[in-house]
Design a protein. Structure first.
Length: 298
């Protein structure tokens, strides 16, 4: 009895509450990310390079489709920016499970489980570190898009038409979208418990999902089978929601919603779909984490 009381007191000692544990876990994950050049490159540098290349290559041939289906005053850089924001969030979130696998392989996972650290802080600290990273990445990409539009002589007034609301909305949607693939990556990590398998499986869907969506071209100009698959593709909803914030209008491409007004006819259903995906995959990730905790401690 006295041992149990001592453990309980240690767990709830001063400075060792849930918030303190989350802060410690967040700091640990941020340091791990900063020390991993591979993660930094894939989640930030790669989308920036992809942004410039796609703007140059597709921008030269997609102008007609954009004018016909989106508007004459929408430059392709503006149309493409939400896709790159979502790709960046996807690249960051898809490797989220690597840190968890590293902890499992090094034995740190088991040490953390038997420590006084609240177990929920392990997962929440990882999630918050990804939120910080996605927020920084989204800000950089939005600024880069503005700079590219200026270099190409586009109208800067049409870039982010909803101002501060558009910026906050874009960051919020990117974080919400990232949560879907953070959970997916951690599910893969907990099932495979292997670094290489986690990277390969998590990245397997990245490019196919990007191209089977409204990311780079309006869905109406794409084959019907792509339009069908886009309905169940989370990327479509993330891209459309950010694009609605940037253009200040309803741009939902998979079905028609008229219950709200203007851009909210896109944002509300898109956010609802992303929230549902987060809840579904997040619940699965938490259940697998609890199972892994019990088996490793045993």
């Amino acid at each position: 009895m006295s041992g149990a009381t001592g453990d309980e007191q240690a767990r709830h000692s001063a400075g060792n509450g849930p918030l303190g544990d989350v802060r410690v876990s967040l700091k640990r994950w941020l340091v791990k990310t900063a020390r991993n050049p591979f993660v930094t490159f894939t989640s930030l540098v790669q989308p920036i390079v992809f942004f410039v290349l796609m703007a140059e290559v597709l921008g030269a041939v997609a102008g007609g489709a954009i004018v016909q289906h989106v508007g004459v005053d929408v430059h392709y850089v503006t149309y493409l920016t939400p896709a790159i924001v979502i790709q960046s969030a996807l690249a960051s979130a898809a490797v989220s499970g690597i840190g968890l696998v590293d902890d499992m392989e090094s034995g740190m996972f088991e040490k953390l489980l038997i420590s006084p650290l609240y177990q929920g802080a392990l997962f929440l600290g990882n999630v918050l570190s990804e939120v910080v990273r996605i927020t920084v990445q989204t800000t950089i990409i939005l600024v880069l898009g503005y700079a590219l539009l200026a270099l190409k002589g586009g109208s800067l007034d049409t870039y982010l038409r909803t101002g501060v609301l558009g910026f906050v909305g874009a960051v919020g949607v990117a974080v919400l979208f990232g949560g879907v693939f953070m959970a997916y990556s951690n599910v893969v990590a907990l099932v495979t418990r292997d670094r290489e398998a986690t990277v390969m499986i998590a990245n397997l869907l990245t490019f196919p999902l990007l191209f089977v969506s409204s990311a780079f071209l309006p869905l109406k100009v794409l084959p019907e089978w792509i339009q069908t698959l886009a309905v169940v593709n989370p990327i479509t909803y993330g891209v459309d929601a950010i694009r609605a914030f940037m253009l200040g209008e309803n741009v939902l491409s998979v079905f028609e919603v008229t219950a709200f007004s203007g851009l909210w006819n896109t944002v509300v259903p898109a956010v609802a779909v992303l929230l549902a995906c987060n809840l579904l995959l997040g619940a699965l990730a938490v259940r697998l984490l609890e199972s892994a905790s019990k088996s490793d401690v045993a």
